[in-house]
Write a protein of this length. Structure first.
Length: 344
């Protein structure tokens, strides 16, 4: 239904406008009595065999929604009805920012991909907290977990970046279940320089020190780029083990344009979708093997089928996240993945 009728119509229009329109439709429909429970009945797969327990959290299933889809925590209650085991909001910055100039989101239909150069557009951490306070009873009851993906404002120089991450960490601490440190988006100038060993150690050690001072600490994960060299990935392994953060999310979008067929591949920004499938799996496997599976990995990048998930799990991922595949394949993808995992 989605791929035959809904997607062809949506794909006729500007991607960013469609995104906001879809949000409005989902919000409206879920307000109709019994619709939310009908969605849950259609899409949710409940079985102890697909539960995952990682870094002290119980995930009802291993399929999550990646950051970037619900940047401002506007729709996490409604999106939970589509069968996700966890939902990651953000990237969130201390101050509101409009992001990069439009047009900044592009479909590459021939490649089943998306290029975005959004630039951490969000309403700021205080606006997000107001919405998280309205976390529904269903969401808490269902066990769907919320992750907070945090970053720095564009105008904050790298030498003061830690201040932005600390502010977001402290502000969101009581409202999310885990944190993700995003230093790997290609759409904020110089952000990826924070992936270098020294600044990254400094940032993560600072957050971990704050974490240990809390009454009960929360998992901190690092989201990395797929464009890192093997030497840099070895540094990442060393950093994770040194700082004792909870794990890694592999991977963010890529700046590579290798093997694309779409005419608009020349657009700048981060590429996601099918072309990233192989590389993200390679990064997962490298991290898993070289670290002797010493920390959990959340696999994301180019997941468009249950087979893609099975490959990533076999490579060493413990959980997975969807974004572009969710847009191209529709909400039934979550159910297909969980059914396939249940059948294994």
């Amino acid at each position: 239904m989605y791929k035959l009728f809904i997607r062809p119509i949506l794909f006729l229009f500007d991607p960013e406008k469609v995104h906001h329109f879809t949000f409005s439709c989902i919000r409206f429909v879920c307000k109709i009595p019994f619709v939310a429970s009908i969605f849950r009945k259609i899409y949710e797969i409940k079985d102890d065999s697909i539960h995952r327990n990682l870094f002290g959290l119980d995930f009802p299933n291993p399929v999550g929604l990646a950051a970037g889809f619900d940047k401002d925590a506007k729709l996490f209650n409604e999106l939970s009805n589509f069968g996700f085991g966890f939902i990651e909001i953000g990237t969130i910055t201390p101050k509101p920012q409009s992001g990069n100039p439009k047009k900044r989101l592009f479909r590459l239909k021939k490649d089943q991909a998306i290029i975005n150069r959004m630039g951490f557009n969000n309403g700021g951490v205080e606006e997000v907290i107001k919405r998280l306070k309205k976390r529904s009873k269903h969401l808490k009851k269902s066990g769907v977990l919320i992750g907070g993906n945090i970053g720095k404002n564009k105008t904050t120089p790298n030498e003061k970046a830690i201040d932005d991450y600390v502010l977001c960490f402290n502000a969101l601490f009581d409202y999310v279940d885990y944190f993700v440190v995003n230093v790997s988006s290609p759409n904020t100038p110089n952000l990826r320089a924070l992936q270098d060993k020294e600044p990254l150690l400094d940032l993560l050690n600072t957050l971990q020190k704050l974490n240990t001072k809390k009454a009960s600490s929360k998992p901190i994960l690092l989201k990395i780029a797929p464009d890192l060299s093997n030497d840099h990935l070895l540094d990442i392994i060393d950093i994770v083990n040194t700082t004792k953060i909870a794990g890694v999310i592999a991977t963010n979008t890529t700046i590579s344009r290798e093997g694309l067929h779409s005419n608009n591949q020349v657009e700048t920004g981060g590429l996601s979708g099918k072309p990233l499938t192989k590389r993200s799996t390679e990064v997962i496997q490298f991290l898993s093997e070289k670290s002797n599976k010493s920390f959990p990995i959340i696999g994301v990048g180019g997941i468009h089928s249950a087979e893609d998930v099975i490959e990533k799990l076999a490579a060493g991922a413990d959980l997975v996240q969807l974004y572009t595949g969710f847009i191209y394949e529709g909400p039934n993808l979550v159910k297909k993945i969980n059914k396939a995992l249940l059948a294994k």
